[in-house]
Design a protein around this ligand. Structure first.
Ligand code: COA
Length: 164
């Protein structure tokens, strides 16, 4: 299976809307059920100004997405960015997340020069934690009752990756 990584284009809005309509995908994030196509269209048409959204494709089908989001609130955090990724259930466990993470880290390390990457992950998301630890992220702290998910509050870890 060949996985191709490319930059998301505004015309990918329907593919990303479909991914975020998958319960097992949005449940691992802070996104809400019933995503809106229009919101995704707008998000992708503006995202190129600040963010890098990448998509993974297999045989021309979008099978996952990942984002590298620079922290722009102050110059003092210019060395940092946060990341996120989502792969729909049918494509999980097939190496798509690994391929997207390699591409994100190449961008972060070799083109932006970010020395600190950050993310949040629910403490019961074993697959995501394993993926992040495989690429050098460590658990930096726990946020009790971080978010509501399917009627229950869930804890999350802050994870970070430092590159000297
Ligand atoms: C978490 C997620 C991004 C992982 O992506 P993926 O494409 O399924 O992951 P990969 O197939 O590349 O596997 C990466 C590593 O995760 C681990 N892993 C994968 N599935 C696993 C599982 N079910 N249980 C435990 N570890 C698992 C393995 O260590 C694997 O590495 P290895 O194959 O070299 O041993 C994906 O499952 C997903 O999008 N889930 C829903 C949304 C979400 O939770 N996003 C993350 C928000 S922080």
């Amino acid at each position: 299976m060949e996985i191709t990584i490319r930059r998301a284009e505004p015309s990918d809005f329907e593919a990303l809307w479909r991914i975020f309509a998958d319960e097992s995908a949005y449940s691992g994030t802070l996104q809400m059920p019933y995503p809106s196509k229009e919101v995704w269209r707008e998000r992708l048409s503006k995202s190129h100004q600040t963010d890098y959204i990448l998509v993974a494709e297999v045989d021309g089908q979008v099978v996952g997405d990942a984002g590298l989001h620079p922290n722009t609130s102050t110059p003092r955090r210019a060395h940092t960015a946060y990341i996120g990724m989502v792969i729909p259930a049918a494509w999980q466990g097939k190496g798509v997340g690994t391929a997207l993470m390699k591409a994100l880290l190449d961008l972060a390390d070799n083109w932006f020069g970010f020395s600190r990457l950050e993310l949040h992950v629910y403490t019961d998301n074993k697959a995501a934690i394993a993926l992040y630890e495989k690429f050098g992220f460590t658990r930096e702290g726990t946020h009790p009752r971080y978010a509501l998910r399917q009627g229950a509050y869930v804890d999350s870890y802050s994870m970070g990756r430092i590159k000297a």
